[in-house]
Ligand binder design. Structure first.
Ligand code: CTP
Length: 413
């Protein structure tokens, strides 16, 4: 029966997109049904192609059931030619990818359906190696892998842990989430690939003594949304996060190799972290609600209530202003102005005073905007224009901000 007659999800020739998941002969193949499920959960169809060796570790039937498509391993098994399957797929993922298959990819050996498909496929290829650490560390293999990466093959690096052979080392297949986020990132707009982006988020804490501090209501959600958006669009992202209320684990940023989270507490630590990093950055977005004041003196000992307390506060350094003074001209600088009331005039003043390229205004008193909310209502302000972003999720709003930043960077070049 033809695939189309069986109404199979993501079949070649159908309109829905699908990826080819190549499963090769590693113990990690037992995780393949989970990889299939996770890819399908993100709305993408899967056609599984196995090697003969993979059938020792996972059955074609289980992969057929979970993918909803016939599983192929033999070049002569299906009326669909390898050319047809390869032509209509949007990505090829080899997970787990053995040393043998990766080496064949690198030398153009096409002796089974998967390696033949690889040679016929013109879209993005992702490999998730799984092998003993000695094999992964082998200099011959390293050369082969480097060659493939140089040709644009994307590696989801293996993880350290207990290996099937009983040893411990780097060689375990990457987690299902890392594989799927890499896929999403690869299939996304990818219009920020190659850009270095720094985002700050959350509040800062300014310590009075070892147990007391001044802070503000920022949740860190907007900054997190910005970092995730840039990451999924292909940028290399550094998120410098104050102690925010969003959970420290982030299923995009923690799973993507091209992202880092630096955790800081005080405005001084944030300043140090960003000044070091911003020299190289293409885009800086200061979404953090940096405390404007800090205690003039920090007491090493816990202050006693019986002695009473009068706090003398001093201004914290204007981090964005400092970056603007020192950053290279190519760095696109964006700030946030969280105000109470429709005070776009204050936002415009800050844009000018700090010498930055864009400021994003929001009125935190509006329903569905500001602190701790999952949505925001914003106005993007540049020296020449204003763009309203109506109420929408912080994730969607973050993408609007980057759309505009990219447009402006293009217009500048
Ligand atoms: N900002 C900063 N360093 C500070 C304070 C703020 O870099 N010490 C950044 C914020 O991250 C934000 C922008 O400057 O992107 C505007 O912050 P905001 O607190 O609204 O403005 P201030 O410069 O503090 O001015 P004001 O106190 O008058 O509101």
């Amino acid at each position: 029966m033809e695939d189309k007659e069986r109404g199979l999800a993501g079949a070649p020739g159908s309109v829905s997109k699908y990826v080819i998941l190549g499963v090769t002969g590693s113990v990690a193949a037992f995780k393949s049904p989970l990889v299939v499920r996770a890819i399908k959960d993100s709305g993408i169809g899967v056609r599984v192609v196995m090697t003969e060796a993979a059938k020792q570790f996972v059955t074609p039937l289980s992969l057929e059931l979970v993918s909803g498509n016939p599983v192929l391993w033999d070049s002569f098994q299906s009326p669909l030619s390898h050319i047809e399957i390869a032509r209509d797929a949007c990505a090829l993922i080899a997970a787990p990818a053995t040393l043998n298959t990766i080496s064949k990819f690198s030398t153009g050996v096409a002796d089974n359906l998967l390696t033949t498909l690889f040679m016929a496929f013109r879209g993005p290829v992702i490999i998730a190696p799984a092998m003993n650490w000695r094999m992964y560390d082998n200099p011959i293999f390293k050369d082969r892998l480097a060659y493939l990466k140089d040709k644009g093959i994307i590696e989801v690096t293996p993880e350290r842990g207990a290996l099937a052979c009983g040893e411990e080392g780097v060689g375990r297949m990457a987690s299902t989430q890392r594989i799927v986020h890499t896929l999403k990132r690869t299939l996304g707009a990818n219009d920020m690939k190659g850009l270095k982006v720094i985002v700050t988020s959350g509040p800062t804490r300014e310590y009075i003594d070892p147990v007391r501090f001044i802070t503000n209501r920022s949740s860190g959600k907007m900054g997190r949304a910005l970092a995730r958006a840039a990451c999924l669009r292909g940028a290399f992202v550094t998120l410098i996060s104050g102690p925010s209320s969003v959970p420290p684990h982030d299923d995009v940023l923690d799973e993507i190799d091209d992202a880092e989270i630096i955790r800081v507490e005080t405005s001084g630590e944030m300043e140090k972290a960003i000044l070091e990093k911003s020299k190289e950055a293409d885009i800086v977005v200061m979404a953090a609600a940096v405390c404007d004041f800090k205690p003039e003196r920090f007491s090493q000992d816990k202050l006693s209530r019986s002695e009473g307390l009068t706090l003398e506060l001093v201004k914290t350094a204007d981090i964005l202003g400092k970056i603007s003074a020192h950053a290279s001209k190519k760095t696109y600088l964006t700030g946030f102005a969280a105000e109470t009331g429709d005070r776009k005039d204050r936002a415009r003043e800050k844009l000018q005073k700090k010498g930055i390229d864009m400021i994003v205004f929001n009125d935190v008193t509006q329903e569905g905007a500001g602190f701790d909310s999952d949505t925001n209502i914003m106005t993007i302000i540049t020296p020449t224009e204003e763009l309203s972003i109506p109420k929408m999720s912080k994730d969607a709003g973050a993408n609007r901000i980057f759309d505009k930043i990219l447009l402006n960077i293009k217009g500048r070049n």
